[in-house]
Ligand binder design. Structure first.
Ligand code: GDP
Length: 440
């Protein structure tokens, strides 16, 4: 049975958590995270039987965990903060969900250590004080330094947690080396070797029930005809190779990352679902051609509650950018799109959509991922009529205001990709899957 992938098509925060939660409820047996770490914040909102609403922000555990029949996998491509994952597991269990039999963690995933966070913090501080060097705007969770160690082949993996002697040896060596960097390069305090070792040797028994060879598990599941949904974190425009480097994340949210981050073959993937917010947001620094520094931007931020799920930082907001989307459609090969947060656009007289960039005196359709060029492009807008109606209760495409229908049709036409779902509110029920344009 083939694999489907859900991927953020912009700069992250597109509402992937909600879509994965919904899809896994009906269509999948397994949900697997393939990259990133606790810098992700996938928000799930649900209504209780008594009409009250609850919300949970998942950072590491895949967004299928709230459906009892779904097994969740944290793949080898994820960098795992053991403390963060154990805390998250406990919180999910407190809500009454079984996690122990339903969560599998790759023995090959790399661990985030306190020194990764300390180095990230020290590096950002140094960058902030250096006027020639822009802060990248990390989440301070040690993700970048953990991936650095992975590729420098000095990382510590989940499997190392299960052998106390090996862990003690590797950790001692690593902490001593990092303390040199913290003290001598950044002038920061070193970390207490014994304290960290004492803390981390405690994790072996706690994490042991979850650890397995997840690549083998997933490939066996494929052979058994089980349905797998791969869940990307962050967004395609933050991919370390395809995003606006260096303002990127340290992993591959794009489709290829699924195969290397889970150990599954590309021939098993047959559905690639891009999640696109109906407008654009970006957290942290880096080029953002359609960013708005006016009332419209404020309105998007306020109505869309655009504040980071992990960091609480206000998100930068702007109009939909089809040049960027066309690019991520190409890199990922999306065969369908889910458009989220369409409800946030209610109340605008008119909506702008960027259809080309102007730079070096020319108009171009190409997305220049190099930050220097992207910083200076000027968006070329098409203006479409807006709508006033509150659309949060609409459940059929044909019941949307005609301007909203036209807005979506314009996007699909420009991108040449079908829109298969529309999200029009944070709740599970606020979703449109009946895409028939003719009224029922
Ligand atoms: P993710 O990281 O891609 O899962 O996205 P986040 O969880 O960071 O951000 C999405 C935010 O938007 C969350 O607070 C969701 O509850 C909320 N959300 C998701 N879909 C919709 C929608 O269609 N409309 C509105 N208004 N909010 C939504």
């Amino acid at each position: 049975m083939p694999i489907s992938i859900v991927i953020g098509s912009q700069w992250g925060d597109e509402g992937k958590g909600k879509v994965v939660d919904l899809l896994s409820q009906e269509q999948f047996d397994i949900v697997a995270r393939y990259q990133g770490g606790a810098n992700a914040g996938h928000t799930i909102v649900w209504e209780n039987d008594d009409g009250t609403e609850d919300e949970f922000v998942l950072h590491l555990v895949p967004s299928g965990i709230f459906h009892e029949g779904v097994t969740c996998v944290i793949g080898n491509g994820v960098v795992l903060d053991p403390k963060a994952v154990l805390d998250e597991i406990e919180k999910i269990q407190q809500l009454g969900f079984d996690v122990e039999d339903r969560l599998k963690i790759s023995h090959n995933a790399h661990l985030i250590m306190p020194y990764h966070k300390a180095i990230e913090e020290a590096r950002e501080k140094e960058r902030a004080s250096n006027t020639d060097d822009d802060e990248i705007g990390t989440t301070g969770r040690g993700i970048g330094p953990a991936y650095t160690d992975k590729f420098a082949r000095t990382g510590i993996r989940v499997v190392d947690l299960l052998d106390r002697d090996v862990l003690r040896r590797k950790l001692t060596r690593a902490i001593e080396a990092k303390n040199q960097v913290l003290k001598n390069v950044y002038g920061a305090e070193g970390l207490d070797v014994d304290r960290i070792i004492d803390e981390y040797v405690q994790f072996d028994q706690q994490i042991d029930p979850y650890v397995t060879d997840t690549s083998e598990y997933l490939n066996n599941a494929l052979d058994d005809g089980r349905r797998i949904l791969a869940e990307g974190a962050q967004g395609s425009l933050l991919d370390v190779d395809f995003g606006s480097y260096p303002y990127v994340t340290s992993s591959h949210p794009t489709a290829g990352g699924c195969c290397t981050g889970l150990g599954v073959p590309p021939t098993a993937v047959n559905r690639v679902i891009g999640i696109a917010k109906a407008y654009c947001t970006r957290v942290g620094n880096g080029p953002f051609p359609t960013e708005l520094h006016n009332e419209a931007g404020e309105q998007l931020r306020k109505v869309g509650a655009e504040f980071g799920a992990t960091t609480g930082r206000p998100r930068r907001c702007g109009w939909l950018d089809l040049v960027a989307l066309r690019y991520t459609c190409m890199v990922n090969g999306f065969n369908e799109l889910t458009v989220t947060k369409l409800d946030v656009l209610s109340g605008f007289d008119e909506l702008k959509v960027c259809v080309a960039y102007r730079y070096d005196g020319k108009e171009a359709q190409r997305f220049p991922s190099e930050a220097q060029t992207l910083e200076r492009v000027e968006p070329v807008y098409e203006t479409l009529p807006g709508w006033d109606e509150d659309i949060t209760d609409v459940r059929h495409f044909a019941d949307l205001p005609v301007e909203a229908q036209d807005y979506l049709a314009f996007i699909a036409e420009e991108l040449g990709v079908e829109i298969s779902m529309i999200s029009n509110g944070p709740r599970r029920t606020q979703i449109i899957t009946d895409m028939d344009r003719t009224p029922a």
